[in-house]
Design a protein around this ligand. Structure first.
Ligand code: IMP
Length: 202
């Protein structure tokens, strides 16, 4: 099944492609599906609404099945922030966004003791078929926020996030290791179950 990735984030597309490669799903970029470079406003209150909106807009644009990931980092000491605002937490866009977001997160958590630096990554993936049928699944990965950036792999908040049971940040783990335990991998595994229970594509 050919599926269009409803995201412009090259890191997300890479992870979606790698994780789903044995799912019988071939993920292609928006550009490869002929969808031009327009922004989809993420104005929903939660990951579920934003994920559904992104997948639906892209499916309606190109008439092909589309898969969206809406994701973010939820920290306990900050009452759940940055949450759905993770991508635009520091109000910086483009190449500097990740570094600015990480600086802001570290500054806000500077007085928070280690035991209270618990957090989780959340991903909600939604697959929308031509005709409008939508299947969605959520995945979470528990961990804690460090005191400095570590590692150069991954993207976003990866250099600050150490998953539970590990001593390395997501940015220090290999892509295979991250994709084995990540929120995105868990959401996609749950989506795969739902897809097979519901009789597959269409
Ligand atoms: P959105 O889903 O496009 O609204 O943006 C998700 C944002 O959450 C990204 O821009 C990152 O800041 C953050 N995020 C989501 N997943 C990950 C991940 O796997 N690693 C690091 N940051 C992530």
């Amino acid at each position: 099944m050919l599926v269009v990735a409803a995201t412009q984030n090259a890191h997300k597309i890479r992870e979606l492609t790698e994780i789903t490669k044995d799912f019988g799903m071939e993920v292609i970029s928006r550009a490869a599906a002929g969808v031009p470079d327009f922004e989809i406003e993420e104005d929903g209150a939660g990951f579920e609404e934003n994920s559904l909106k992104k997948a639906r807009v892209i499916m309606e644009y190109c008439g092909m099945a589309a898969i969206a990931d809406d994701s973010g980092l939820v920290t306990d000491a900050l009452g759940g922030a940055p949450g759905v605002l993770s991508a635009r937490f520091a109000g910086v866009f483009g190449a500097d966004a990740d570094a600015a977001n990480n600086r802001k997160l570290l500054a806000l958590l500077s007085d928070v003791p280690d035991a209270e630096r618990t957090a989780r990554f959340v991903s909600v993936v939604t697959l929308v078929f031509p005709g409008g049928r939508a299947l969605a699944a959520r995945g979470e990965c528990e961990g804690r926020i460090g005191r400095e950036e570590k590692g150069s792999g991954g993207f976003g908040y990866d250099p600050l996030f150490t998953p539970l049971g590990f001593e390395k940040t997501f940015a220090e783990l290999s892509a295979e290791e991250k994709n084995g335990i990540s929120h995105r991998a868990r959401a996609l595994a749950a989506l795969r179950e739902i897809l097979s229970e519901s009789g597959g594509a269409g």
